[in-house]
Design a protein around this ligand. Sequence first.
Ligand code: DGY
Length: 324
Amino acid sequence: MKPVVLLPHPLPPDWISSLDGRVELIVGAEQETGWSANVTESISRADGLLSLLTDRIDEVLLEKMPRLRIVSNMAVGVDNIDVKACTRRGIPVGNTPGAMTDATADLTLSLLLAAARRLPESSRDAREGRWRTWSPTGWLGADLRGATLGIIGLGKIGRAVAERARGFGLRLVYWKPAPSPENEAAAGARYVTFDELMSTSDFVTLHCPLNESTRGLIDEAALRKMKPSAILVNAARGPVVDTPALVRALTENWIRFAALDVTDPEPLPPDHVLYSLPNCFILPHIGSATHGTRKRMAEMACENLLSGLDGRRLPNCVNPEVYS
Ligand code: DGY
């Protein structure tokens, strides 16, 4: 008997070809929210689950999955999963670190450059008939060379952002709960306190995971510390920023601009006030959205899944304590 695996959201067959013949795959229907009936009906007999960051894996669901031996998330972030609840049940949780590093760092720089050089606004002006002449003072943006980029979190993605930012002549500072001297040297970034980073950076970019200590990290107090000319970039997780505080910061010009690939909530409803603000630019969480990256993420998720089903240690496991 092959192990039963739930794949609630369909993925291109060539991304998951390593599962062929190895598992009984229950693939959900292409739908925007929730799980389709065929997946829900198979919950109690599932040995494995290949989830996306939009799937909530909590106590209530785990209770219904007595046979579950592996949760493999096709993402580096696992904030959609109650990892502690999985650990209590001895279920390893896999993720896909590294696969999306370059794509996310590239997108971060895209956001930073778009905001610094006012691309959304100037493109809209051109399209809507406000480009009447080459104006010496029109659409002036921020210089990058010599400006300070503050990086919150200096993991793989933060370091990849640092590598790119150095090429633009940005000065780099970073903050995370504990300094990491070896990463710091490689990144060419100087460790500063959180307050110093927020108050001295011309650009602040977020690259920390979402967890209990980072939820709402960028709150009213933090935003009020930023320069009025500063630009905030978020390609990490929406809830790291307190959305109502950000709305006030942008409305009352405490900061100049926010360029967001992630929001809280997600998806951000079309009538959300953030869309109406001229100093905010929003993308629909596309940091890892390149062909090669998403395929690699799916392949890594399959590797974790198969390892878990075989009772082998996952190549990438966020709760290795299940093995002790
Ligand atoms: C992740 O892997 O956590 C990313 O957010 C996906 O884009």
